[in-house]
Design a protein around this ligand. Sequence first.
Ligand code: C5P
Length: 222
Amino acid sequence: MTHLRVAIDGPAGAGKSTVAKKVAEKLGLIYIDTGAMYRAVTWKAIKSGIPPTDEKKITQLASSIHISFQSSDNQQKVYADGVDVTEQIRSAEVTGNVSKISAIPGVRARLVELQREMAQTRGVVMDGRDIGTFVLPDAEVKIFLTASLEERARRRTEELSNKGIQADPVEILKSIARRDEMDSTRDLAPLKKADDARIIDTTGLSIPEVVDRIVTICHDYI
Ligand code: C5P
């Protein structure tokens, strides 16, 4: 397996995980969804009744949680302390709190350490907010994936609707904008394009088109 490291960053709802997963499949690399790791810590904090303001307890929780990914039937499952939390970490409650939890320095330190370990011995496609700028600054390929706020809100609303969840598109747009604002303005490793990342604006592009563009870029490094 090639030891290529592909960093895909960008704002919420830009299609990072869908695209990253397919790029990883095509190139035979491991896909690592770092957002799911911050969501797993958030899920556990909520489940344990720890408020996002209690940085000390949340840092302790992050240092002891065991997070793992398992692939089966083309789907990647996320486990937190042995519990399958794949669905639960996508809940509105987790989504509404994750940016507060991910701004806690102790949480970031622990998860970044795990992410770097995961990429040490294997080729990876890693998606998140700070992969190209902070987690893997030496990644061979860096992509900043974006789309207009309206397009991202439309996609998220459609995705929920496909799951049978009716959501107010205006509320979705506001919640995405709020999360982007918090993620881009936090002190530590904020959401930001790495200087050497290539921007792909996915507004008006299909998923296969975006995947093909990234795979073509990667071929220059394999
Ligand atoms: O990618 P996803 O939308 O699932 O990420 C959820 C949240 O996790 C983000 O809004 C952000 O607060 C946090 N995150 C982060 N750094 C990453 C990945 C995600 O702070 N590398």
